[in-house]
Design a protein around this ligand. Sequence first.
Ligand SMILES: C[S@@+](CC[C@H](N)C(=O)[O-])C[C@H]1O[C@@H](n2cnc3c(N)ncnc32)[C@H](O)[C@@H]1O
Length: 214
Amino acid sequence: MAKKKSIDKSVERRAYGLTILKAAHPRMRQLKKHHEPSIHGNKFWSSSYLLMDYLGYQGLPIGAQVLEAGCGWGLAGVFCAKQFGARVTGIDADEQVFPYLDLHAEVNGVEIQTRQARFEEMTAKELAGFDVLLAADVCFWDEMIDPLYCLIEKAVKAGVQQVILADPGRPPFVKVSERCIDKLGGQTKTWSVEGAVTASGNLMIIGSLPRKRK
Ligand SMILES: C[S@@+](CC[C@H](N)C(=O)[O-])C[C@H]1O[C@@H](n2cnc3c(N)ncnc32)[C@H](O)[C@@H]1O
């Protein structure tokens, strides 16, 4: 019988089939010496668990093209690649997050494309190549409302089939959600996860995917 790899809980945790490294992990400490994210991409934010939980419930078509916007360490995208064989691109305004994303892709045995780009820099042509747009915890200042809404609107018009945002429920996120409900047919759901990890907040969902599950 295959032996289950043991983990050192002081430096890493397991959740949703992923290995997530803590700040105390030697490789994370090494990265921290040279890479300092500056727009709150300095840690993994637990709204990503809401995305993972919802996607585990909903499923994703095998090989779906996924864009994770404001990806930070990219764990939601890593989950899609590992669980569903999704082809994932992470974009973030801050290139300092990518070494942390690359390390998490490596320890989880997947490949993720990355690109430094702000929400407002993504073109309709680029967005047309994706099936799903995901974002966790990316709307925490009022000035993020317009760029994030514009990205979502552009994505929907370009043919992206589903958009899912997750957030603890901060006021700027609520404003984006209200606009998406009003203009793009979005809906919100409260969502929470309990157990080995805990998180709670809101999902804003536009559209749906073919019901083909893994
Ligand atoms: C709170 S962190 C969340 C990171 C990740 N999604 C997570 O859940 O762990 C917000 C991320 O959004 C990125 N960000 C902020 N403004 C952005 C913008 N206008 N365009 C693209 N990324 C942005 C930050 O650099 C940061 O990595």
